[in-house]
Design a protein around this ligand. Sequence first.
Ligand code: GLA
Length: 728
Amino acid sequence: MGIEFSEQEKLFRLQTKTSTYQIRIDETGILRHLYYGLSVGTMDMGYLSSYQEQSLSGDIREPYERKHDPDFLPQEFTGAGIGDYRISGIALTAGDGSKSVDFRYSGHKISPGKYNIPGLPSVRGKPDEFFSLEITMADVISGLELKLLYGVMAEYDIITRTAILTNTGNTGMKLEKFASACLDMFNTKLDLLHFPGRHCMERQLERVPLDHAIHTISSRRGMSSHQQNPFLIVCPPKTDDDQGDCYGMMLMYSGNHKSQIEVDQRGNTRIVMGIHDENFNWNLAPGESFYAPEVIMSYSSSGLNSLSYNYHRLIRENVCPEKFSKQRRPILINNWEATYFDFNTEKILKLAREAKDLGIEMFVLDDGWFGNRNDDFAGLGDWYPNLEKLPNGISGLSKKITDLGMAFGLWLEPEMVNELSALYTAHPNWALQDPGRKPTLSRNQLVLDMANRKVQDHLYQSIATILDNANIAYIKWDFNRALANVYSNVPGANQGETAHRFVLGTYALLERLTQAYPEVMFETCAGGGGRFDAGMLYYSPQIWCSDNTDPIARLNIQKGTSYGYPVSTMGSHVSASPNHQTGRTTTLKTRGIVAMSGTFGYELDLSKCSRPEKDEIKSQISDFKKYYWLIQKGVYYRLSNSSFNDSFEAWSFVSEDKSEALVNLVMKDVHANGGLPSVLLKGLQADAWYQVEGTTKKYTGAALMHGGYTFPAYKGDYPCEQLHLMKL
Ligand code: GLA
């Protein structure tokens, strides 16, 4: 397992536990993609691809042969303008105005451990977990050097990729597109699974058959977005949760992204994934390099649940900050849906005391505590306490809360500013805005120019001052609008660089803060789940999954999210009923079960809860604590996709050693004469006996997985069930 190069065969073999990835340096020096899929051992998969003459396409000259046609040849990365007419991973204008690039192999290096990408988050790797391959390619005429980097994490069935472009010539160039990875696949009919959505309805799974129209999944909003997530899966049509080949590609990036999937004239599929090229151009001066964000790839031969498992494990253990995956994170109460902007110290302390009595461990003070912030028209940017609401400031309030025996957390929206703020009055040119044009407002706010080092320094100082003067365990880092007027007022800025420099600036600030305050846990957020991506997860072990806290809406949001991201990252709270976003009424039990399949917390006015409801909250908290590691680290299975009955959602967590499982079922609809909901459980030990906790019911793993578990007939609105199975 790992990476091998055969000089004789000119073949790179990248081997994970169950997959093989092969690359050949061919007779023209092109890096040919031979295979990605189920492990084939040492078999040379070169027989699958060969040069063939392709009518009306270009022929490579060196060495010249009419059959040396790159237009259908599977390649590891593309050139541009040289006769491969499929989507390209690169576009640029050289100093002389030319736009063609033709990369050929020039060397490689294999080393233990994981490469780093300067300025960008990437999968963390302990030296013994990773092998890295760096293949260098050169375009002699332009002086461009392309490095393709591969990280092989064999045990996790993960291959990471990125690309670095360096100008080794004497003249400057303008880079107009530069993808992180290109994956060419042979003639197979494939479906595309992707995760579109909107505010309050993020990551709704869509599955479409690929055809000859190019599919694009992208964001031009300056954030990875509610609308399209930088994660996709391709698989043959017969693949489902439990069986079949599937391939995932996830971009570890929080800004504009673009993935294109093209089925070419011969039925081969090309996927190109990276930063969005619209309004992007980067000045690449002689000697300078451009680093593309990382792509995390995984393959499974046994269906989508198993592919999800590969991502879940990797993100939990090698993307999120290690400290917070190893310790149980506190159950929190957030005051947003309890008070919105209307609070003072007494109200906050009352809520905190009530929460403490029920066993809640951390109080999070949300929006409205700073500057002149009494609604969403003013105050963003003024990160000092509003003394009318909080006469003793954040340090006074945090002391009172910590004296109650609770941790204290605070909301911030660092990258934003209101025109009605002291910060904007002092530094109007710190906001992104075009000269002479009134900038577009969204939620009455503007976006700060994170590409400006002075802005980064100012934010660092403001946040450090808060953290230095109060006892703060947690920061909720919000981002409540998309970018517009993407114009940096830094003198001499190349505006084609602003959107990417914005993301680099945010990463730089998060890096500084998380290094300086390693004890503080960050939860990122963007109007709910508008920046739910692996880039953000590098800094924050959890992300507020959606502003929609309705448990029934959350079923699809959390399920869609689960294809790529573990439940340990999904911020999820029990809120009031009727729900504030949908007006739907649900039981506290249903709200609890759904929120437990996430980070778990509360976000409602506890003083409105009855005594029995408070008792129920106490028992939810004790259940969550009891099942914490099973939920956070257990293998997650989507259970309902294979049932004909679509009136419920079911999912489970099974401990790695298969000794226990937590099965959850929520009825989305109850039908008269509808039959009994039944699900086939997954991941149990076939020959072991399991007992349903609190009952005398016993079943073998085989019975539960192949016969199923039958739930009773339910009545009422959105009933639910949570079963704990223990191996006997
Ligand atoms: C966003 C967040 C909410 C809340 C509000 C405050 O919408 O997603 O949870 O913090 O901002 O303004």
